[in-house]
Ligand binder design. Structure first.
Ligand code: HEM
Length: 424
């Protein structure tokens, strides 16, 4: 590890630093992604105490904090998010709110969906739908990449799980997934819209589950059938609502990768020489996609409640205590990354990713903990579609590409407008 990285060390405060404000909810809404790391810096500590939504909370950042948060089943995700976000990203009965042996059994089902062959098939579908879409974009004056990538990924993932859609249905479902994704970090209308659209998707997936189970719908092997037929550790089939929730837990986050495609487009816009690296494929394309995941803001933090007491950073974590683990700040922690504010795929020639320093998809092990089972999906989709993007000719007109860090999940204001698109 370069010496420059090791010199930035937070002093470990002897007593837990505490935010002076009686409640920090407004500051969190104002600062978004920066909230935890700004305060860790101010306090010179990996962790601090605050109040959010009038409840006491410990916020923490960095690889050591991630090790504690993700190791040894110390935390549950139950009652760890505001209910408005909870229902859009976790929901009742889902793998995210399970613990212990039951969690591992359900998690194994998710991991069974993402073997190498299945990932290659998804990448092939995404590439095919992308190429079809590009020939349509070439007929238009301008397109908004975020909206188009939502459609491409909706078409690809629905086909992949065994539920291919017609063109009109792609538009409808893509709009629903986009609303759910955009609503997760919001309060007010943006969040309500997400709930409204989610209710429609839920009706659709429940119907699909019923049809598969009754034999009225014949689906090829894939996630829809696996989830409909899955039996939990207790030998029981999933309740139809829970099966629907888990199917959405595959579809929605796969479509959410549209944001990463847009971030890849922003990176190519700012660093045009990366096009050649992507065209070569191999190691250089891997580094580019890993740097997109490290550098750009996606999930700001994860909430947990302590299940098994432990001590870290001079604080005794008690059972039931509410904790937020900072993902954004850890990915840009100067103790872990050299010049973390710089987009530099070549850093991976010198710096190594380990289970606790690159945490866009959580930390630790996907098999034994709550780390994302879809990380392989993100990596292959991002690599495949970034290469497609790099091979496509287009112009980028003047537009507002600001990433507002208070808007969770982040997106450039313009959604990335492309003009004069020509298929490769
Ligand atoms: C779009 C990019 C994605 C990002 C940034 C992301 C991020 C994350 C993170 C940070 C976690 C850990 C949450 C925790 O610690 O509680 C997680 C969990 C999860 N992710 Fe993803 N994810 C992405 C894509 C996907 C995809 C494509 C799938 C499809 C299978 C997926 C399914 C899940 C599930 C089911 C969990 C819960 C795992 C558990 O609780 O054990 N994610 N994701």
């Amino acid at each position: 590890m370069p010496a420059a990285i090791a010199t930035h060390r937070f002093r470990k405060a002897r007593t837990l630093p505490r935010e002076p404000a009686p409640d920090s909810t407004l500051a969190l809404l104002r600062e978004g992604y920066g909230f935890i790391r700004n305060r860790c810096r101010e306090h010179g500590s990996d962790l601090f105490a605050a109040r959010l939504l009038l409840s006491p909370v410990i916020c923490m950042s960095g690889a050591e904090a991630a090790r504690h948060f993700y190791d040894g089943h110390r935390f549950t995700r139950r009652h760890a998010l505001p209910p408005t976000s909870f229902a859009l990203i976790q929901d009742h009965g889902s793998v995210m709110v399970m613990d212990g042996a039951a969690h591992l059994a359900r998690k194994a089902m998710f991991l069974s969906l993402v073997g190498e062959e299945a990932l290659q098939r998804l990448a092939g579908l995404a590439e095919r739908h992308w190429r079809e879409a590009v020939s349509g974009w070439a007929q238009r004056d301008a397109i908004v990449l975020l909206d188009e990538a939502h459609r491409v990924l909706t078409a690809a993932v629905c086909e992949w799980v065994g539920l291919p859609l017609g063109p009109t249905e792609v538009d409808v479902r893509a709009r629903e997934f986009a609303a759910m994704i955009d609503g997760t970090g919001a309060v007010g209308p943006r969040n309500w819209r997400g709930h409204l659209y989610r209710a429609r998707t839920e009706r659709w997936v429940r119907k699909v589950i019923d049809e598969i189970r009754s034999g009225r719908r014949d689906v090829p092997p894939g996630a829809a059938r696996t989830i409909a037929e899955h039996r939990d550790a207790d030998g029981q089939r999933l309740d139809r609502t829970v099966a629907g929730v888990e199917l959405i837990n595959v579809l929605r986050p796969t479509v959410a990768n549209a944001r990463y495609i847009v971030f890849a487009a922003m990176a190519l816009h700012d660093h045009p020489h990366q096009r050649a690296a992507l065209a070569d494929g191999g190691e250089a394309a891997e580094r580019f996609t890993d740097e997109v995941r490290r550098f750009y803001p996606f999930i700001p933090f994860i909430g947990g409640r302590v299940r098994a007491p432990f001590r870290f950073g001079g604080h005794d974590f008690r059972e039931g205590e509410w904790v937020l683990m900072d993902l954004y700040g850890t990915n840009r922690d100067p103790r872990l990354w050299h010049e973390p504010e710089r987009f530099d795929p070549d850093r991976f020639a010198r710096e190594t990713i380990d289970p606790f320093n690159m945490v866009s998809h959580g930390a630790g092990s996907a098999r034994d903990g709550h780390r994302c089972p879809g990380e392989g999906i993100t990596r292959i989709l991002l690599r495949t579609l970034s290469r497609q993007l790099a091979a496509t000719r287009y112009t980028v007109p003047p537009q507002d590409l600001t990433l507002d860090l208070a808007h969770v999940p982040a997106r450039p204001r313009s959604g990335f407008v492309m003009r004069a698109v020509h298929a490769p």
